[in-house]
Design a protein around this ligand. Structure first.
Ligand code: PLP
Length: 374
């Protein structure tokens, strides 16, 4: 028995015991055929998760957290003399703009409100006025707020203007159905520990083979994080260029099997009901959400701090943590929020238990909300 913690932070997520235990395997050198077969199966099945056609798309794994994918896509896929357009409406797209700055990549950091999805008019105008944009980059689900961006429409406009579309789907893939055949996405990405409910340390990009092949001749800005180099090595040898996170790969194998046995639609529905239960629990306690209902992703609830002297995020966090529940600070500049996320292997009883404990914490610390004043 492993102690079960309910993680309501935005990843890593609560995992099943079978995924945890899948890491305990006999020692193996990852250059063995057996391990290459495991990697080949994972790469193939990741395409299935994104409904990507194996003739057109490939998946490339990297050893690192999800941010490595942002780094890899931006540093590898920008041709000479072209620009990236970062649709920046939250903390994670701001990170992509920061990657551009660190590599000195020509880019436009199109800053927009963090409380709303991408401003489509502003986006359209910007891409039409700047004919040298080769990459449109967007965060599908802005985990910092819980806002969902309309990737299909964004991708369509990118393609109309001769640009490729890179979507950070780290906190949506495997939770909100994505279909690369129809969603106008050329590259998407995630890390093993989020939607697929596996372990940290392994990330992957799913994208168009022809574009990766073309990028072979683009300026190179990184060695360890070059997409073509890693792809080419995988294609020639079946292995990662350098040492992979071996045990993490076994856990991912197990997690992918569990993903398909739960079923895409069933899993989507489970996250949705957990999200709704969180929203309802928040409202019942008299707390307010930071994002308007029509913009909510169905995965992250951004909660405003209650307007009460006794409120102290740290104290409430610690009270919950000691009882097996993890809550997480917000990521909205200038607003005091915390986040409750519907990721991971959790369901209704976990949320009910969470709100019983949160209510207890409020009573314990004398925290009052609008409901108590009514
Ligand atoms: C979690 C996450 C990432 C990756 O963050 P890491 O700190 O590298 O794990 C990237 N984009 C989004 C949208 C995320 O939610």
């Amino acid at each position: 028995m492993i102690k079960r913690n309910i993680l309501l932070n935005p990843g890593p997520a609560t995992t099943t015991d079978t995924v945890k235990m899948a890491q305990v395997v006999p020692d193996i050198c990852p250059r063995e055929r057996e391990f290459a077969d495991l990697m080949a199966g994972i790469r193939r099945d990741l395409l299935r998760v994104a409904h990507a056609d194996a003739d057109k798309y490939t998946s490339v794994l990297f050893c690192g957290s999800g941010t490595i994918n942002i780094d890899v896509c931006l540093n590898s896929l920008l041709p000479e003399g072209k620009k990236a357009l970062i649709l920046d409406n939250g903390a994670y797209s701001a990170r992509a703009a920061e990657v551009c700055r660190y590599y000195h990549l020509p880019h436009i950091d199109l800053k927009m409100s963090v409380y709303e999805p991408v401003d489509m008019e502003l986006y359209r105008r910007t891409i039409e006025e700047n004919t040298d944009i080769a990459i449109v980059y967007v965060t599908h689900h802005e985990t910092g707020t819980g806002i969902l961006n309309p990737i299909r429409e964004i991708g369509r406009i990118a393609h109309e203007n001769g640009a490729i579309m890179v979507a950070d789907t780290t906190s949506s893939l495997g939770m909100i159905p994505l279909d690369l055949r129809t969603d106008n996405v050329d590259f998407c990405m995630a890390s093993a520990q989020k939607g697929l409910m596996a372990m940290t340390g392994l990330s992957f990009i799913i994208g168009r083979k022809d574009i990766i092949e073309a990028s072979k001749d683009y300026p190179t800005r990184s060695y360890y994080c070059n997409l073509w180099l890693q792809y080419d090595y995988f294609e020639r040898t079946g292995e990662m260029h350098f040492t992979p996170p071996v045990q993490t790969a076994y856990a991912l194998r197990q997690a992918i099997d569990e993903y398909f046995s739960e079923g895409e639609q069933e899993k989507f529905a489970r996250h949705r009901r957990v999200f709704e239960a969180i929203s309802e629990g928040v409202a019942n306690l008299g707390l307010k959400e930071a994002v308007k209902p029509e913009f909510r992703s169905g995965l992250v609830v951004s909660v405003r701090y209650p307007d009460c002297q006794e409120w102290d995020f740290g104290k409430v966090h610690d009270y919950l943590y000691e009882r097996g529940f993890t809550i997480y600070p917000g990521k909205i500049d200038g607003a005091d929020t915390f986040r409750l996320c519907a990721l991971g292997a959790i369901d209704m009883p976990d949320i009910e238990a969470f709100f019983r404990t949160l209510k207890e914490a409020f009573i314990h610390f004398g925290i009052k909300t609008v409901n108590d004043e009514a």
